[in-house]
Write a protein that binds this ligand. Structure first.
Ligand SMILES: NC(=O)c1ccc[n+]([C@@H]2O[C@H](COP(=O)([O-])OP(=O)(O)OC[C@H]3O[C@@H](n4cnc5c(N)ncnc54)[C@H](O)[C@@H]3O)[C@@H](O)[C@H]2O)c1
Length: 390
């Protein structure tokens, strides 16, 4: 029996206070929550109430929390453009790290974080929490058992995503410099899920993207194709009321996951997982109906932080490590570049796309007939209308 890891949480916004803090409190054998950091005194006070910590454990400057000798793990829950400096500082201080997704706003930032963790010999885990949804675990199990034969196609539909611009009136999710993109990068859960089920990393990406709000600087719809040799995934993500679901097709059959009303997870709970063989026989996998959003995410975040504790104890890699986080982010940037250039983009990214992420599109030869050009996506704020539209 090893002692619990001491964890400090940086950023006391929506995801931290609703999910990360409760997850650590629910795992006393794995973790002791010893500190919180946020520049906003109101957010810190809200966090202190939930965590049951007194003022001596609260920090308006994250550097103080990271420097504390009694902290083993730093959990970074700020918007993604702030992840790099916090994660690099935590790694240099010898802390293991849990970092919210997307790993960063640019691939070069993500690569710096991966390198810092490797140099320090610490674990860097990314909160790819949808990997722990029960239907995803069941689906991966079917594939591993060979029930679907060789996987050829995966389709992930999340066309009914609810838009949450940011905490306290902030709209950082609609500012490409802070977010690194729109609905696709925010819901890149669909990208890593597709690849997890495909069983191979994509080496080429093509996509259609458009905004769904006039004047918005980020996309609200992204229809993407991820190619991995002869396997391919279609990942369709949008803010709106479109359909959700997952389908995996292999040489030995297909599996289909449906959510309530054909809606998008996690807003629509899991409803059924069916397997159909080439002869047409269909069976329904015995899996309990899904949880509503709050409990589903709470459970998945708890399982992801528990996985990091096990990874630290055993020396194995976490379910999603920094390299996976970097690759997943690169797929989203490649999708944006593909839509802008009207071409298939190879991975790993190089040059400006690697260095600046979606910000590189301001410097590349964007096709004038692309919607990225016509809808002025991913550029700097250029009008009051762009800001007020969200
Ligand atoms: N895995 C998931 O299911 C999931 C769900 C929601 C959000 N997220 C991710 O979590 C991150 C945060 O999202 P959110 O919805 O909680 O955002 P939010 O806007 O609700 O909260 C962000 C918080 O970070 C704080 N902050 C800003 N700068 C800081 C700094 N330098 N040091 C410490 N704190 C700082 C803000 O004051 C705010 O309290 C994002 O990367 C987002 O993509 C993941």
């Amino acid at each position: 029996m090893t002692a619990p890891l001491s964890v400090g949480v940086v950023g006391c916004g929506n995801v931290a206070l609703n999910f990360h803090v409760p997850a650590y409190l629910a795992l006393p054998g794995d973790y002791t929550l010893v500190g919180l950091a946020d520049p906003s005194p109101d957010r810190l006070a809200a966090g202190a109430r939930i965590a049951g910590l007194d003022d001596s454990h609260l920090h308006t400057d994250a550097a103080e929390l990271i420097a504390r000798a009694d902290v083993d793990v730093i959990d970074v829950c700020t918007p993604q453009h702030l992840h790099r400096d916090l994660v690099v500082a935590a790694a240099r201080a010898g802390k293991h790290i849990m970092c919210e997704k997307p790993l960063a706003a640019t691939p070069s930032d993500a690569a710096a974080m991966v390198a810092a963790a490797a140099a320090a010999g610490v674990r860097l885990a990314v909160m790819h929490n949808y990997l722990f949804f029960p239907e995803v675990v069941a689906l991966r199990g079917l594939i591993d058992d060979g029930e679907l034969g060789t996987v050829r196609t995966v389709t992930v539909d999340m066309l009914g995503v609810v838009d949450s611009p940011g905490a306290g009136g902030s709209v950082w999710r609609h500012d490409p410099a802070q977010s690194g993109g729109g609905v696709l990068v925010d819901m890149l859960h669909g990208v890593y899920l597709a690849e997890h089920l495909l069983g191979e990393q994509a080496t080429a990406v093509s996509a259609f993207v458009d905004s769904v709000i006039d004047g918005d600087r980020v996309e609200g719809i992204a229809l993407c194709r991820l190619e991995a040799g002869r396997r391919v995934a279609l990942v369709n993500i949008a803010w709106g009321v479109g359909q959700g679901g997952i389908a995996v097709e292999g040489t030995g059959g297909r599996a289909v996951v449906r959510y309530r009303g054909d809606g998008t997870p996690p807003w629509a709970p899991f409803e059924s997982l069916t397997v159909t063989t080439p002869s047409g026989g269909t069976r329904t996998v015995d899996l309990a109906g899904g949880q509503e959003l709050a409990q589903l995410i709470a459970d998945a975040v708890r399982d992801t932080v528990a996985d990091l504790a096990a990874a630290v104890r055993t020396g194995r890699a976490p379910a999603a490590d920094g390299a996976v986080g970097l690759h997943t982010l690169e797929e989203t940037v490649a999708a944006y570049a593909s839509a802008a250039l009207r071409a298939t983009v190879d991975l790993p990214l190089t040059g400006a796309l690697h260095d600046r992420g979606v910000g590189a599109l301001a410097y590349l030869d964007v096709a004038p007939q692309s919607l990225v050009a016509q809808r002025a996506l991913f550029g700097p704020a250029n009008s009051a209308a762009a800001n007020s539209a969200v």
